[in-house]
Design a protein around this ligand. Structure first.
Ligand SMILES: *Cc1c(COP(=O)(O)O)cnc(C)c1O
Length: 339
């Protein structure tokens, strides 16, 4: 283990590592396995499709060092498939699942000393797929790059899970029907930066986006999926194409049903959410963040007393327990990285 790494000071930010993975293909050729190379800048044409027209996708996943001494991914095949669906939408050649999973494995293996000890965080893995060939007219790039880099990140919540205060955006939407909101297109994220910054300046952790059509139903919390609990039933916005199908979201639905809880994937109005008993949001970065309050215009509701609700806490414990192997991997979600 590298002595220079101070695991306790890790946050969710970029720490450069040693090695990255890269492979390229033309639009018409099949993907071939790539190779590892030193982490660092890559060369690209100024006319690259990704830089001019945003033809690019990202993924976000974690490798955990578990209490059993193994290093595991959490459902990496799901990230591979989601990137394939995104590639179809953005007219890029989809990376085969086998190449994707091999790439993220190789990248973790090559940077093993950067995988934090159990409980100190995780190795965040960032695959990118982009149109890297030069193109002037608005059309798909002639060639593509699939790149993976990794960075160690600390636990999202230091000193225990804390509830966050959210603001419903009255002015901005994240995604429109028929658009690219359902895939991890890089272009989806820059328009959220200004609303998010403004909300943070006003004392909120993030914004909640409502649907662009009727401005009634909750879609997402920044780049995380939304859940609420009302009278013992778990509700989450249904996937209509404008919501990113989170792997954490899917895992929570499966866990809750396994626990015997009723789960409704449905339209969740802001009004309904604000009358719920518990609310939380979820994603790979924070796993589960309990929501302490939601503000919409002049009205503000609070949940519990700033402490996570009991359903939220239970789902969090189960998910984290599976990820660090203190609980049984009931659903076969863990994928061991051979060391
Ligand atoms: C990545 C992402 C999520 C969470 O997905 P996970 O697979 O759970 O990490 C939710 N919403 C948006 C917009 C995202 O980009």
């Amino acid at each position: 283990m590298a002595e220079e790494i101070d695991w306790d000071s890790l946050t969710f930010s970029l720490t450069p590592t040693d090695t990255m993975y890269l492979t390229e293909t033309s639009a018409d050729d099949p993907w071939m396995p790539g190779n590892l190379r030193p982490y660092g800048p890559i060369e690209m044409s100024p006319a690259a499709g990704v830089m001019n027209y945003g033809q690019g996708l990202f993924e976000g996943m974690k490798a955990y060092r578990t209490s059993k001494g193994r290093v595991v991914f959490f459902r990496p095949e799901e990230n591979a498939r989601r990137m394939q669906r995104g590639a179809d939408r953005l007219k890029m050649p989809p990376v085969p699942e086998s190449i994707f999973v091999d790439a993220v494995e190789q990248c973790v293996q090559a940077n093993l000393k950067w995988v934090p000890p159990t409980g100190k965080g995780a190795m965040y893995v960032r695959p990118l797929l982009m149109g890297s060939g030069a193109v002037l007219g608005v059309s798909p790039a002639p060639s593509y790059t699939f790149l993976v880099y990794v960075t160690p990140v600390g636990p999202y919540f230091k000193g225990g899970v804390t509830a966050i205060d959210l603001l419903i955006s009255e002015e901005f939407h994240r995604a429109a029907p028929g658009g690219s909101g359902g895939v991890k297109a890089i272009g989806n994220y820059a328009p959220g930066m200004m609303p998010s910054k403004n909300a943070k300046a006003a004392g909120f952790a993030e914004v909640i986006y409502l649907d662009a059509e009727t401005h009634t139903f909750v879609e997402e919390v920044g780049a995380a999926n939304f859940f609420c609990v009302k009278d013992g039933v778990l509700y989450t916005p249904e996937l209509t194409g404008t919501i990113l199908p989170g792997i954490t979201r899917d895992s929570i639905i499966q866990l809750a049903r396994h626990n015997g809880m009723e789960v409704q994937e449905t339209k969740v109005s802001a009004q309904f959410a604000m009358a719920a008993d518990e609310a939380f949001c979820c994603g790979t970065a924070a796993v589960i963040s309990p929501i302490g309050s939601i503000t919409k215009g002049e009205s503000k509701v609070t949940y519990g007393d700033g402490q996570p609700g009991s359903v939220t806490q239970q789902l969090y414990n189960q998910l984290v327990g599976i990820q660090n192997e203190t609980l049984e991997d009931l659903f076969g979600w863990l994928h061991e990285v051979p060391l």
